[in-house]
Design a protein around this ligand. Structure first.
Ligand code: ADP
Ligand code: UDP
Length: 239
């Protein structure tokens, strides 16, 4: 497999073609952005940790029968993935109140939800990722009802698998954002699963171990990401 031209550079990753039209290389950068790109910084080692953490989660999910785009790790910052026709939706699943849900309902962060909440956002930076529902996706030809049913069921199952796994490691999965795409007619999980795209709280202390440390200027961002890697793998990672 040969890495070819850069196809896309996003806020956190670069996507490259390969000599196989069905495969891509995803490279994780150290850039951190928040508030739709208004806040920007570089966090040394973040890309390496997110690559390794995402690979760990994708491999774990595969053991539970949740298929993703992940093929294999290529290097510290790169993974090989199946090329997906991305569905332009961010699929958020929430277990506890935090972030925009706390704001929208005027609720305190940390309130447990009686059942998981699934939300959809239209992935469009220029518009600030507005909230949508499945009818928008159907009406605008962005996904079929069968695809929405597939990714909603899969998102809830992923949330259940990861919540249980993390609970055993002393972590609460507060919420997470997933992206799905189509490969050979099948809906597959894509993108990443990392402290950039999930909220992880220490179950005992409630300490935030995710991108909220960056969003809220709490400091210790890299240390928090490293702690997540340690809880998952039992290994420390010194960059
Ligand atoms: P953003 O576009 O939000 O700034 P990133 O920097 O994470 O995000 O860029 C990665 C891009 O690659 C995203 O647009 C994501 O939807 C897309 N992507 C993720 N996985 C795949 C895949 N398997 N095939 C095609 N595109 C993918
Ligand atoms: N999220 C993400 N990308 C986005 C917006 C949100 O990965 O563009 C994740 C975020 O890290 C959190 C979950 O989705 O784990 C829910 O985020 P929320 O709606 O609370 O938005 P926020 O207030 O964090 O922007």
């Amino acid at each position: 497999m040969e890495k070819k031209q850069l196809l896309y550079e996003g806020k956190a990753k670069r996507v490259y073609a390969t000599d196989d039209p069905g495969l891509l290389v995803v490279e994780y950068k150290d850039d951190a952005t928040a508030f739709n790109g208004l806040k920007h910084d570089r966090i040394a080692g973040k890309g390496i940790l997110n690559n390794k953490i995402s690979a760990f989660f994708f491999a774990l999910l595969a053991e539970y029968g949740c298929e993703s785009h992940f093929v294999k790790l290529l290097s510290e910052r790169e993974m090989l993935v199946k090329k997906l026709e991305m569905i332009p939706a961010e699929v958020v699943v929430r277990n506890l109140v935090a972030g925009s849900l706390a704001k929208r309902f005027g609720l305190k962060e940390g309130k447990p939800l009686a059942r998981p909440v699934v939300e959809l956002y239209y992935k469009n930076d220029a518009l600030g990722d507005p909230m949508i529902n499945e009818y928008h996706l159907y009406a605008l030809g962005m996904a079929t009802p069968a695809q929405v049913e597939a990714f909603t069921g899969e998102a809830l199952r992923i949330n259940q698998v990861l919540s249980g796994f993390l609970r055993e490691r002393g972590l609460l999965l507060v919420d997470l954002k997933l992206e799905f795409g189509v490969h050979n007619g099948k809906v597959l999980l894509g993108d990443e699963i990392s402290p950039d795209t999930c909220r992880f709280w220490d179950a005992k202390t409630g300490e935030k171990l995710d991108k909220d440390r960056f969003r809220q200027d709490l400091g210790g961002v890299e240390e928090a990401y490293r702690e997540i890697y340690r809880r998952l793998t039992g290994e420390t990672y010194d960059i």
